[in-house]
Design a protein around this ligand. Sequence first.
Ligand SMILES: *Cc1c(COP(=O)(O)O)cnc(C)c1O
Length: 242
Amino acid sequence: MTENISNDPRFNAIEENYKVIRENIEKSASVSGRSAQDIKFMAVTKTVEPKYINHALSLGIDLIGENKVQEFLSKKDELNLDGVEKHLIGHLQSNKVKKIVGEVDMIESVDSVDIAKEIGKQSVKAGLCTDILLEINIGGEESKTGMDLSLLNDSLYEIAEIDGVKIKGLMAVPPICEDKVKLRSYFEDMYKLYVDFRSKNIDNVSMEILSLGMSSDYTDAIECGSNLVRVGSSLFGMRSYR
Ligand SMILES: *Cc1c(COP(=O)(O)O)cnc(C)c1O
């Protein structure tokens, strides 16, 4: 099955967007004293049809993120995922854990000890270990998922003891901020936590990934220390829902 690429302007738009984002990543990386290779560029594929995702993959995207277990499972067979890393980035309910373990390379949205225990249990059953990030509610917003900052320290040590999961870093979605200074202060707070835990060399924890930054703020996030940006609408175009 071959799509007629030239008739659909969206393919072209994705290509243009991809180039711009790569350039921006390179600039921001150099502002923070790093190179573009130090920053992972995730294409967030929620609501995006497989043909467009495959086009992004053909351009050199090697990491995708999906929010919903069901959506990922229903699309994955249509995707050219050879050599592509897959992450779950949306809130995970315990009854869905069994379905997603083994299907993705990382679960970024671990926001409680209980969900980590369930991921560990299902991973052990399947004979594997699942890489996870701890999602932090860095703005302390009531409406948001993510672990409360006050619980992070104890939860991290508790989760580090669970068989079948390995903590690889931290993730956050900060509050929507008009004020860039305020926005960057959330990213800076996350960076401090990341560096602090990394320096503690906790058993079964390898602080390698700080997942921060989306379409509207990925350059700020990189400048503040992020090494994984999750970009959806700036790459694929606007979604009808989030
Ligand atoms: C949707 C989503 C993104 C991407 O959002 P854009 O603003 O479209 O780039 C990133 N991270 C998470 C957790 C998301 O749910």
